[in-house]
Design a protein around this ligand. Structure first.
Ligand code: EPS
Length: 394
């Protein structure tokens, strides 16, 4: 990460989450309501557990914004955990007379076992707290700052659920051919409880979640994230760490529970011939640029650079690791075989993963735009953008 940097801090049941964003230009219009709209989207989704009923995530802007515009100084954000009231003893910062019972039965699939060993602990609690996907609330708040910035260049980022468990379409390889992009009704996606564009599929996904819940189990799935309006030439082919595909994949893979990332037709490209895999270049009849691609199998990135088409990413999330019907584990205190620790959790977080993946893509694109267009204030950055776009126009 280069010009747009951020850090988050905070535990799932601590006082709250904090984020510091560094590198944003001065003069960007930014209000708390805008950030909170994104936080609300993250909290929704069929299959979420009781925690989301306790929280009503809201970010307070603590610094870096004056009279509704960024000043160029670090922007700090604070999200209070309502649930902290119920965890004052267990999560006390100060020493307490009577400590809570330690958690010693690691959950398979979670950070518990490796974290406990790595940090030399006898209680899994601190690992549970920071490894929790609650941290993604802070990332979505940071992503909202990034989104507000890239909107200035005409970039729009959306996501939808493609699969939950075995319901839906995981791959873009259909009937031995790569499926090409079709327009998506984003309004429908936003009002869908599972963020799915297809009404029939939506019902089947909800039934799958109900069935998993009845079986005291959890479900994963696949989301697709699309960034439209991305200018050609973000990232670079010249060095490994400047390649946009590597930066996007790393950012998406860093999301809790994500085990696979695909750009464009991804794995499907491995199964077709070159003549069917690539996006041919043709003269554009209208439009501002003199050329266009006939298809978008590359997912908007070629040679580590945006190629002017929409950026299309798919992410596969594994099922939530905290199961109501716990998996076999070991009690690390006694050495005996037992069941994993269980506390309240979600049956399925796939719709939220889509919103979080949007945020991470916004962050990578904001960084790449700052790198390409430079500037310390929005006016200067937009003038540089305009100049570049004019230089490549027909
Ligand atoms: C989450 C908060 C957590 C979980 C979930 C995401 O709250 P609690 O632990 O109090 O139930 O609901 O975390 C996980 C899925 C996980 O594996 O840690 C949130 O705010 O998104």
């Amino acid at each position: 990460m280069g010009r747009f940097r951020f850090l988050t801090a905070g535990e799932s049941h601590g006082r709250g989450l904090v984020a510091i964003v560094e590198g944003m230009v001065a003069g960007l219009p930014l209000e708390e309501d805008y950030i909170n709209g994104q936080l609300k989207r993250r909290q929704q989704g069929y299959g979420r557990g009781p925690r989301m009923k306790i929280e009503e995530d809201r970010a307070e802007i603590i610094s870096g914004v004056r009279y509704g515009r960024s000043t160029g100084s670090p922007i700090s954000l604070l999200i209070i955990n309502r649930d902290w009231e119920n965890w004052r003893q267990q999560m006390s910062v100060a020493p307490v007379h009577e400590e809570a019972e330690p958690v010693t039965r690691p959950r398979p699939g979670h950070a518990d076992l490796a974290g406990l060993n790595k940090y030399g602990l006898e209680d899994v609690r601190p690992i549970i707290e920071r490894a929790s996907a609650r941290e993604t609330a802070a990332r979505v708040a940071v992503g909202a700052v990034a989104r507000r910035f890239i909107e200035e260049f005409g970039i729009a980022v959306n996501s939808r659920t493609m699969a939950i468990g075995d319901v839906g379409e995981v791959s873009r390889l259909c009937q031995d051919k790569l499926c090409d992009e079709l327009p998506v009704d984003w309004g429908r996606v936003e009002s869908s409880p599972v963020r799915c564009a297809d009404a029939v599929m939506e019902q089947a996904m909800m039934t799958a979640i109900d069935d998993a819940k009845a079986g005291r189990d959890t479900l994963g799935g696949v989301v697709e994230v699309i960034a439209a309006g991305v200018p050609v030439g973000l990232g670079s082919h010249v060095s490994w760490d400047r390649r946009l595909d590597g930066r996007v994949a790393g950012a998406i893979m860093s999301i809790n529970a994500v085990k696979g990332v695909e750009i464009g037709a991804g794995f499907g490209l491995a199964q077709v011939r070159g003549s069917e895999a690539h996006d041919v270049i043709e003269p554009a009849a209208g439009g501002s640029l003199p050329w266009r691609h006939a298809t978008n199998r590359a997912g908007g990135i070629e040679g580590g650079m945006s190629n002017g088409e929409s950026i299309v990413i798919r992410a596969a999330a594994k099922p939530v690791a905290t199961l109501a019907g716990p998996l076999p584990s070991m009690d690390l205190r006694t050495g005996e075989a037992t069941e994993a620790h269980y506390e309240r959790s979600d049956v399925c977080v796939v719709p939220a993963v889509g919103v979080i993946a949007e945020a991470m893509l916004c962050i990578v694109l904001a960084d790449a735009c700052l790198e390409k267009f430079g500037g310390d204030n929005l006016k200067e950055t937009l003038a540089n953008h305009r100049n570049y776009m004019n230089s490549i126009a027909r």
